[in-house]
Design a protein. Structure first.
Length: 198
């Protein structure tokens, strides 16, 4: 009889121990992205005698040109501002305003290129601006997972037109790119505000 009285509590105790020691159900962790250390915003002048424009760009950036594009007649002044630390590039495409390429056509082309991102964009804001040097233009702020989140054009409305766009060499993901994208937005806006045609 004593054995029976001990067996029942022992079985109950063993059953409770087995069921009570289950691991807690897994809980998904929120996505996290690596923290990046961003440099201080500092600038230097781009002023090459062979180019019809000048501007300030980040000291952590490098000016480069696509050798194949230089050979084309319409694009000898197309340059890039490469930022290796962020794997980012600001592409600058210069065009002279001519009867064959009038200002309204260049603006329309810039609009179409920016709105080509509309498929992936959550929104596109287009504030107009006037620089301290008397130039006018439009920023294109593209929200969402578009390939290029910041673009612009600048013109003197008579002879010169330049278009700029920011690209990162990664698959677009607005959440993970936000810190770097916001950082580069300030550099692009500084470039625009210091831009001058010669």
């Amino acid at each position: 009889m004593m054995n029976r009285n001990m067996i029942i509590p022992a079985v109950l105790l063993a059953g409770m121990a087995i069921t009570g020691c289950r691991p807690s159900p897994p809980v998904p962790k929120p996505r996290a992205y690596f923290k990046i250390d961003l440099p201080e915003h500092r600038y230097r002048q781009f002023d090459s005698t062979s180019f019809p424009f000048t501007f300030e760009f980040p000291v952590y950036g490098r000016i480069s040109q696509d050798r194949d594009l230089i050979k084309e007649q319409h694009s000898p002044y197309w340059i890039n501002v490469d930022v290796p630390e962020l794997d980012a590039t600001i592409y600058l495409s210069y065009k002279a305003i001519t009867p064959q390429e009038p200002l309204d056509r260049l603006i329309d082309e810039s609009y179409k290129l920016s709105y080509a991102h509309d498929i992936r964009a959550d929104y596109i804001k287009t504030p107009q601006f006037r620089t301290p040097n008397g130039l006018v233009g439009v920023y294109y702020y593209v929200g969402g997972n578009a390939a290029s989140s910041y673009q612009f054009f600048i013109t003197d409305e008579q002879k010169n037109f330049i278009r700029g766009s920011l690209y990162f060499n990664v698959t677009p993901n607005a959440d993970s790119l936000k810190p770097a994208s916001d950082f580069m937005k300030k550099d692009m806006e500084h470039l625009v505000q210091t831009f001058r045609f010669k």
